[in-house]
Design a protein around this ligand. Structure first.
Ligand SMILES: *[C@@H]1O[C@H](CO)[C@@H](O)[C@H](O)[C@H]1NC(C)=O
Ligand SMILES: *[C@@H]1O[C@H](CO)[C@@H](O)[C@H](O)[C@H]1NC(C)=O
Length: 628
């Protein structure tokens, strides 16, 4: 067994280390003992990722070519399972050939982008893959968008045309007059839905072309060419289209495969939206690039999660954001442990519920990872350490080009030393996570956004030495003395009140414990005549079971005065974004304006109790007569 061998090596290293390091010998020995097996296994897997990627790039592989190769070797293996359909590699390949051949006959030029707006289903992947075979770049539009934001997304990526599922016919009808030059193609799953006026019936169109393989034009199908655009939402502003090159798609797919120890015989449950990188790359990429069967679902469902995993015999499942917490709120059932899931991987599992989740659903391994869609550096938790988003080798950390920079709380800018360079954090200090940009290495390149100015904003210059560049993730992390990273906050998700910084994620975690896993979101709101922002929490309480007195008592015990939310908004409906996060920006915009919102609002009074926020209080606050 490789792992035992590695353990042996680590012990030998550890013994040698005792002689080398003079000060704090025992701590050093302990850290080595804890981290060396991890670092060796990690380095070994990382090497495999880099070798394979190097090979793929050298041989000119693109995602489409990797997929076609799978289809040639294993035409009858199932690539995707969806509802009661089995999509083999052979069948999906033929579908992509039809899409590709058809769109080559359309009036578009190489490298043009097309928008795709469709519910999850195998044709979704087949469509963008087919377009990439034809030399087009697909912009994967968030299916929750309507009107102005939908228009913005289409134009931000310069799309000349859009392919939409029949289920979004009305959404397209609403905007088509504002984009008169946009060519429309409707793909209809349900034949009872008629085709929108002015749109091409794609179902019919593609049956009229052959499903024979297309001649891939070598000049376009390069590993570093653009493959798709994925929009990153962010808490404020309009969606930004991040460029995903073939190489990046392959890197993420193969990175997850090797770093988390997936197997070709696994079956992965992917219930996440395919327009996001989690569902569309981290999940679907395992089928396209590696050859693992992936089970897709039209929409994530709390009640169907384990039932599906059992029915489709999945061995691995994906999560994102709050999914794990949603699953914990369902009453226990024998199906909680009747599945064969050994590994769940994803991003955003809160440390507070980590062990409860693992234990209740009997999950052997949690593969939490960290990495922005558009970012150039990633972290992965490969050894099941509770709460960690990943690690960096302790003693050769400099080889992995990421770091935490000290920053100014007020401005968010990195702090610089007298030479004008940035300062790395010590273990235990929170800092901004950055990744060095190295265009020569696929792993560390930054492809940016469709919009060049937006890309520039994410780059910091002169960081470790003059002339270098790093990608600024905007996320605040902390590293412990063993090299494990823990997620703290996203910049913009902190606010200042009474001169103190309040990290919303921390407050949410505390509230989640007090309210036994009710959904809540914390944000700062401006109050006339007050510096900074007052804390506000929106709590989802469909059953009216919230006891504000107990809530206030719970807060008193756990949070300092400045961090306790001054306002509570009780929600009867849950505004979710596509990533299953409560929609913070909208809530923040509403604030405590009771003229605009009908939900009940409560205010924390001086005695530490919540009182109903009335029109009179609202007026006093606006006229600056009320001090908080
Ligand atoms: C799909 O494949 C499974 C075996 O993996 C089989 O049991 C099932 O009947 C197939 N479904 C269809 C509709 O062909
Ligand atoms: C448990 O899973 C099985 C198989 O998928 C399903 O038929 C059954 O309805 C589930 N039971 C509950 C209580 O969800």
């Amino acid at each position: 067994m490789m792992e035992y061998y590695q353990l042996g090596v680590s012990v030998i290293f550890a013994v040698i280390a005792v002689y080398i390091f003079t000060g704090s010998r025992w701590r050093t020995l302990y850290i080595l003992h804890r981290t060396l097996p991890r670092d060796i296994i990690g380095a070994f897997r990382f090497l495999k990722v880099n070798l394979l990627l190097w090979y793929w790039e050298k041989r000119g592989f693109t995602v489409a070519r990797l997929f076609t190769r799978q289809a040639e070797i294993n035409p009858n293996k199932i690539a995707f399972i969806f509802e009661n359909q089995n999509w083999t590699y052979g069948v999906l390949d033929k579908f992509t050939n039809r899409i590709s051949r058809y769109f080559r006959t359309q009036p578009m030029s190489r490298g043009d982008s097309m928008a795709l707006l469709m519910e999850n289903r195998p044709e979704y992947i087949g469509t963008w893959l087919g377009l990439s075979k034809a030399g087009f770049v697909t912009a994967l539009v968030n299916t929750n968008l309507r009107k102005e934001v939908l228009i913005h997304s289409i134009t931000a990526a310069n799309c000349k045309s859009i392919i939409f599922g029949g289920e979004f016919k009305d959404a397209i009808a609403e905007i088509k007059n504002k984009l008169p030059d946009l060519a429309l193609y409707q793909w209809t799953e349900d034949s009872s839905i008629s085709v929108l006026d002015g749109a091409v019936d794609l179902n019919k169109a593609i049956t009229q072309v052959s499903d024979d393989p297309v001649e891939v034009d070598l000049s376009l199908g390069c590993p570093r060419d653009k493959l798709i655009y994925i929009y990153t939402s962010g808490t404020t502003g309009m969606p930004k289209a991040a460029v995903i090159s073939n190489l990046r798609y392959m890197l993420v797919s193969c990175g997850v495969y090797y770093m988390l120890g997936l197997r070709k015989t696994d079956r992965i449950y992917d219930s996440l939206p395919l327009y996001h990188s989690a569902g569309g790359i981290v999940g679907a990429g395992q089928a396209l690039c590696i050859g693992i069967t992936v089970v897709l679902r039209r929409k994530f469902s709390v009640s169907k999660f384990w039932t599906d995993c059992i029915q489709y015999e999945c061995t691995v499942a994906q999560y994102i954001g709050e999914i794990c917490r949603f699953l914990l709120t369902v009453p226990p059932s024998p199906n909680d442990t009747a599945h064969k899931i050994r590994l769940m991987y994803g991003n955003g599992l809160r440390p507070q519920i980590w062990e409860a989740f693992k234990n209740r659903f009997n999950i052997e391994q949690i593969g939490e990872f960290y990495g922005a869609t558009e970012g150039n550096s990633n972290l992965v938790n490969i050894d099941n350490t509770v709460g960690a988003v990943g690690f960096m080798p302790k003693y050769v950390g400099r080889l992995y080009p990421v770091g935490l920079l000290r920053f100014d709380d007020e401005t968010g800018e990195p702090i610089r030393n007298k030479d004008g360079l940035c300062i790395l954090c010590k273990p235990g200090e929170t800092g901004i996570f950055v990744g060095k940009i190295n265009p020569k290495k696929a792993v560390n390149d930054f492809s940016g956004y469709a919009n060049k100015e937006e890309s520039e904003k994410k780059i910091i210059y002169n960081v470790f030495k003059k002339g270098d560049r790093v990608f600024n993730s905007g996320d605040i992390l902390v590293m412990d003395d063993m090299g494990y990273f823990y997620f703290k906050d996203r910049r913009g998700d902190t606010f200042r009140w009474k001169g103190e910084n309040v990290a919303t994620a921390e407050i949410e975690a505390v509230i989640s414990n007090i309210l036994s896993l009710m959904d809540s979101v914390v944000y700062g709101v401006e109050v006339p005549g007050h510096e900074g922002k007052a804390g506000m929490v929106a709590i989802y309480d469909p059953q009216s079971s919230l006891n504000l007195h107990e809530f206030a008592e719970g807060l008193k015990k756990t949070l300092p005065v400045y961090a306790r939310p001054l306002f509570v908004r009780v929600l009867s409906e849950l505004p979710l974004t596509g990533t299953f996060k409560l929609k913070k920006s909208d809530l923040q915009k509403d604030g405590f304006n009771i003229e605009k919102i009908s939900d009940p609002i409560y205010l924390l009074d001086k005695s530490g109790n919540y009182v109903r926020f009335t029109e009179q209080l609202h007026r006093e606050l606006k006229e600056e007569k009320l001090r908080l």
